[in-house]
Design a protein around this ligand. Structure first.
Ligand SMILES: Nc1ncnc2c1ncn2[C@@H]1O[C@H](COP(=O)(O)OP(=O)(O)OP(=O)(O)O)[C@@H](O)[C@H]1O
Ligand SMILES: [Zn+2]
Length: 464
């Protein structure tokens, strides 16, 4: 260590010691909240030192000093950094897997005003990772549930709730009310809207995503040459290539980790804004990739802002918010609409399937029930007697189905084959693939799949 570093270290140690003395002094005042109260004579600290810290008092109240003392002890944060946090405001879009941990840490750290926007209700399947919600708040608005948890943790902060989607009509207004924006949503359309709103309103955006065992994190719109989401992805990806948690699954801890990292970036930004944050480097123009399978973090450098970007480029064409892809809260396409591409002969309702099962017994010898979900889903629960042949195998090896029929002595040209999946989407593709094969003469899609089966036939079948 060189002389300069040694001096700096000594200086920091001395500052820390003084600060500890001062915090102890305040704690000895029986947590009195009145800044005007003078220190007790009996403390072992020279009262003149107290007056030397009047400047500290201006930035933080005694209560804040006691509460955030473990932050104040860090030279990188210090009084100015913590004051930046306490005076800061943050909007979190989405109170789900990412938003839950992020909100809790922002509240714990004392962010002065937190806005939460989400249109969804708490579902039992959320509790595996959305740790801000609880069993007794099932079906409550997520924003209400999140606000209760945040307030329980830190009653002194202001929480604004917006039980509505972040949309083209309200996005800019929402963003303009806060210093920093967190994208904790889960869909492409919202990502573009939040990105564009942040560019237009000139706000830093802390963005993350998590699906399966993978997480990503970066900060947009902060620092020189920083690209925006649109610079990196000028075009929305095709809908069928995007996996969400409801279909692809997610290991609950992964959004937990990524949401915590989002909170960390927000705090760094607020500390710096407050004049603290010495030596902290915000994650702009870099992206962290987390891989939970082998617990690795990788940081990649991002390309520079694109001068031709439609929103942050030199000649932006986007000056207001619009949708890229389906709006987040739009009703998904109904299974009726999806299965209507099939001929009536190639369709059956779940009630028709039930009648067949009631009259002919379990699938097997007289008819086939093909379940085309992925094996991992088939293992969760399946209808007795159903055979699992995933959609991709039906497409690549349709003769597999022929073999199944031959094995029970049936003739594929008239043997009844019912095709089923989770929601009646993949099964339509599978039915189409089979009917185009001349060998199959009696194939029917079960409209609406297992979701409809649960709704109309068997509510004991587990929904997931
Ligand atoms: N445009 C939007 N405005 C407000 N909230 C949004 C918007 N888009 C998504 N969200 C919210 O972001 C959160 C994302 O959370 P998460 O990825 O954990 O998914 P989920 O929808 O809760 O669960 P699952 O995908 O398992 O059904 C959800 O609560 C969702 O309602
Ligand atoms: Zn851009």
């Amino acid at each position: 260590m060189n002389k300069q570093d040694e001096d700096r270290l000594r200086q920091l140690e001395e500052e820390n010691r003084k600060l500890k003395d001062y915090i102890r002094l305040l704690e000895n005042k029986n947590n009195t909240l009145d800044n005007t109260v003078q220190p007790k004579e009996s403390t072992n600290v020279d009262p003149s030192k107290f007056y030397a810290y009047q400047e500290v008092d201006k930035l933080l109240t005694n209560q804040q000093i006691s509460r955030f003392s473990r932050h104040l002890l860090l030279p990188e944060i210090g009084v100015k950094g913590q004051a930046g946090i306490c005076n800061g405001s943050v909007l979190v879009v989405g109170a789900g897997g990412l938003g839950a941990p992020c909100l809790l840490y922002l509240a714990a750290a004392g962010v002065g005003r937190i806005g939460i926007v989400d249109f969804d209700r708490v579902d039992i399947s959320n509790l595996q990772r959305q740790v801000i919600h609880t069993e007794d708040r099932r079906d409550q608005p997520k924003v209400t549930s999140a606000a209760i948890s945040v307030k329980n943790l830190n009653s002194s902060i202001q929480v604004d709730t917006y039980d509505e989607p972040f949309e083209t009509h309200n996005g800019l207004d929402l963003v303009s009310k806060y210093d920093i924006i967190v994208d904790a949503s889960d869909n492409v359309s919202t990502r573009y809207m939040v990105n564009d709103a942040c560019i237009i309103a000139k706000k830093p955006l802390v963005s993350a995503s998590a699906v399966r065992f993978d997480g990503q994190l970066t900060v947009y719109n902060y620092g020189p040459d920083c690209p925006c989401y649109r610079c990196l992805f000028p075009e929305a990806p095709p809908a069928e290539t995007v996996t969400n948690c409801a279909d692809g699954g997610v290991c609950g801890v992964v959004p937990g980790i990524m949401g915590c990292l989002q909170a960390l970036q927000v705090l760094e930004l607020l500390m710096i804004k407050g004049g603290g944050g010495d030596g902290l480097n915000v994650l702009s123009r870099r992206m962290v990739l987390f891989q939970a399978r082998d617990t690795t973090f990788r940081t990649v450098q991002l390309r520079k802002r694109s001068p031709t970007c439609a929103v942050c480029g030199d000649h932006p064409s986007i000056t207001q918010l619009s949708h890229m892809g389906a709006p987040a809260c739009a009703a998904p396409r109904s299974f009726e609409a999806i299965s209507s591409v099939l001929n009536a002969d190639n369709r059956a309702s779940v009630m028709q399937l039930k009648d067949v099962m009631d009259s002919q017994g379990e699938p097997g010898g007289k008819y086939l029930l093909l379940d085309v979900r992925e094996p991992v889903q088939f293992d969760i629960a399946s209808i007795p007697g159903a055979v699992n042949v995933p959609l991709k195998d039906i497409k690549s090896k349709p003769q597999q189905v022929e073999e199944l029929i031959n094995n029970v002595g049936g003739d594929p040209s008239n043997f009844p084959v019912y095709v089923m999946c989770r929601r009646g989407v993949a099964s339509v593709s599978a039915t189409k693939a089979l009917v185009t094969q001349k060998s199959f003469g009696n194939v029917k899609n079960v409209d609406g799949g297992i979701d409809e089966w649960i709704r109309l036939v068997d509510q004991r079948f587990p929904s997931y």
